[in-house]
Design a protein around this ligand. Structure first.
Ligand code: FAD
Length: 433
């Protein structure tokens, strides 16, 4: 079978079989269950941002199934509606300060001033953090809304043709380093081949492999969750449709005959993206263990902490992690800058996707990938932290750089998507045997 991959994955010393075993037996079941929890299923984003690159975004929702169902206000956990735990803490301590103040009016004034100062400080620290970001985070922007990911699963939407190709083409041609040089060729698809990658440096290959791995993952999902062909009609009787794997579609997208031999290489890129995100999570494992996963429901929050800890133990025991220290060695600040700028652009392009559900999952997965890249390459997560989130450098205790909730949610969900794709691949393999 063409999807029976063997040997090591390019640019890392990891074996395909090891990933299959670890993922399908240990990681996938844990992640699947973890991601159903409130902390991870509600994702805040703005799906109505204008496309910054072109005005004529073609909306191509061929089916009603590609619309994003809005979240009911009462379903969103109270803790996610603005009460972050550290704010709760600040409010509590402020109340104590104010109660010590005998002049009530002055106390109120102090409180509102300190809230203002706190807000301003928070804004500045967010601004500073953003300098290290590899993707756009729009959850604090006007118009951002919570979406329930479980209500809106990633699957076949019928988004295709010119609009979808324009996005992939822009991603590969404008943003994938050397591929730009070959713009004059008639079809962008013909230049994205494994041969042209041999001549480029490691950083450029890593960048391309990450994007291509994401592309593979999205396309595997739509094959694994296809509207059943014989009932593929807009008038289909079941309001929610009947979904399942479509082997023919999978073969069309990945077999050597239909992809000029590139399918194998694209599938391997999925494994590569998986290994990179796995390493990013392992790198900040202690930081993630220290998180409260606050939703306002104490029992659920504690269960999530335990489940995350259990998953992190498995992830840390993975035998051959990606070694990010081999990248950007020497004087490579320009290359790093470009790498970050290009990835930021890819996250901006997601606002040009002409299908709501594809846009939602595209944004989530590029944010997750961007968070992984920030962990690996921003230089802010290089030291092991203790259980209180501090590390010691040159005798000075310093607080670890924190991840925002949106970053944690997108990182885990993006990794969950890659994990799900590798698991689906096994199911397709079994059907083809
Ligand atoms: P495409 O997938 O559009 O690919 C274009 C060309 O790129 C191919 O002809 C091939 O030469 C090359 N290529 C293909 N795969 C790879 C790879 N892995 N690496 C490198 N090159 C490759 N559709 C849905 O049904 N559901 C979704 O949720 C969904 N989400 C999407 C999210 C985004 C951000 C985008 C841009 C598209 C999404 N789509 C989704 C559309 C889907 O990805 C395809 O674009 C569409 O199904 C048309 O497929 P295609 O066969 O024309 O080739």
């Amino acid at each position: 079978c063409f999807c029976e991959l063997k040997g090591t994955i390019d640019d890392c010393s990891c074996n395909v079989d090891t990933v299959d075993f670890y993922n399908n037996v240990k990681i996938y079941p844990r992640l699947k269950s973890l991601l159903t929890n409130n902390y991870f299923r509600f994702y805040k984003t703005n799906l109505h941002n204008e496309c910054p690159f072109w005005k004529d975004v073609e909306f191509q929702c061929a089916m009603k199934f590609c619309h994003v169902k809005p979240c009911k206000e009462q379903d969103i956990p109270l803790g996610l509606k603005g009460e972050e735990p550290h704010l709760k803490y600040i409010k509590e301590t402020q109340t104590i300060d104010c109660s010590e103040d005998l002049n009530k009016e002055l106390g109120f004034l102090n409180k509102s001033i300190s809230e203002k100062v706190h807000k301003e400080l928070k804004r500045w620290s967010e601004h500073d953090d953003a300098q290290d970001n590899f993707c756009i985070l729009d959850d604090h922007h006007e118009g951002a809304e919570y979406v329930d990911l479980l209500l809106n699963p990633e699957r076949f939407t019928g988004y295709q043709g010119k609009s979808a190709h324009r996005i992939w083409e822009t991603i590969y041609l404008e943003n994938c380093f050397k591929l730009q040089d070959s713009k004059s060729r008639s079809s962008f698809t013909s230049l994205i081949d494994s041969h042209s990658l041999r001549d480029v440096c490691l950083e450029e290959r890593v960048f391309y492999r990450m994007v291509s791995g994401l592309h593979t993952s999205i396309n595997i999902h739509l094959c694994a969750n296809y509207l059943q062909p014989e009932k593929n009609s807009l008038e289909f009787a079941s309001p929610n449709g009947v979904w399942g794997p479509n082997l023919k579609e999978f073969k069309r997208r990945f077999s050597p005959e239909t992809t000029e031999g590139q399918g194998d290489h694209w599938l391997r890129n999925l494994y590569f993206a998986y290994i990179v995100e796995l390493r990013a999570i392992a790198k900040v494992a202690q930081l993630l263990r220290n998180e409260e996963y606050y939703t306002g429901f104490d029992n659920e929050d504690k269960e999530v902490q335990l489940a995350v800890n259990d998953l992190l133990n498995v992830i840390e025991s993975f035998p051959s992690h990606f070694d990010e220290s081999i990248m950007f060695s020497g004087d490579s600040s320009k290359m790093k800058f470009e790498f970050r700028e290009k990835f930021l652009n890819i996250s901006r392009i997601m606002d040009c996707v002409g299908c709501d559900k594809c846009r939602l999952w595209g944004k989530l997965q590029t944010q997750g990938m961007g968070t992984a890249l920030k962990i690996l390459f921003s230089g802010k997560f290089e030291y092991d932290v203790d259980r209180s989130g501090f590390y010691v450098i040159n005798g000075t205790k310093k607080q670890q750089f924190k991840l925002q909730r949106t970053e944690i949610v997108s990182l885990f969900n993006a990794f969950g998507r890659l994990s799900n794709s590798i698991h689906s691949l096994e199911l397709f393999r079994n059907q083809l045997r």
